[in-house]
Design a protein around this ligand. Sequence first.
Ligand code: ADP
Ligand code: MG
Length: 228
Amino acid sequence: MITTDPIISTQNINYFFGKGILRKQILFNINLDIYPGEIVIMTGPSGSGKTTLLSLIGALRSCQQGSLKVISKELCNAKQNQLIKTRRQIGYIFQTHNLLDSLTAHQNVEISLELHHHLSWKTGQAKAARMLAAVGLGNHLNYYPENLSVGQKQRVAIARALVANPKIILADEPTSALDKQSGRDVVELMRNLAQEQGCTILLVTHDNRILDIAHRIIHLEDGHIMSV
Ligand code: ADP
Ligand code: MG
């Protein structure tokens, strides 16, 4: 029996894009509970609302209808500064790595720590270097993104997402640009590191080859959750 509270809990979320006659409902009555330490995969056809749901949970857009609790805070109709506080506790991994081209791998990971002002520069540097070593890039600290392979860049993105010890990792199709083996390596790495930190993962994917890393799979179809 699970006795802990969910770390992500949604009740009857509806979400609309557009205004007036262009207003279109994208998410319908979403009810979803995810518990600390769970690895949940979300699948569903293109356009079914996966990225929209992930961005609501990630406090990247604001939810107007229903209830959305993330790390014990209500985000529906929440103030901007609450959304910002919640964002600091989440690590994001996107389809493409979104690294800054003018920064080295080391600097790309470090900037994610700059939100955490309590760390000294030296401690931050060491932590970023350790995280890059953990993703197998200890010898590539001073490489710029253009000199890294697609898989290596995605590993830098994982290091960047995990370096600040987030409670939740949200990953949106993180393997879609990778070949089979590097896709597999990248998610296994994400899972192992997240488990060491006691982190919860919600991962969107089309990639059938990685479904087995999840404790649970949910399916979104036309904005409705089909199975939990
Ligand atoms: P998925 O990630 O499952 O492919 P999305 O959440 O990106 O789906 O999109 C769901 C639906 O919302 C699609 O019909 C898409 O066209 C629409 N949509 C996504 N973003 C916007 C936006 N910023 N403005 C209007 N419609 C959008
Ligand atoms: Mg998407």
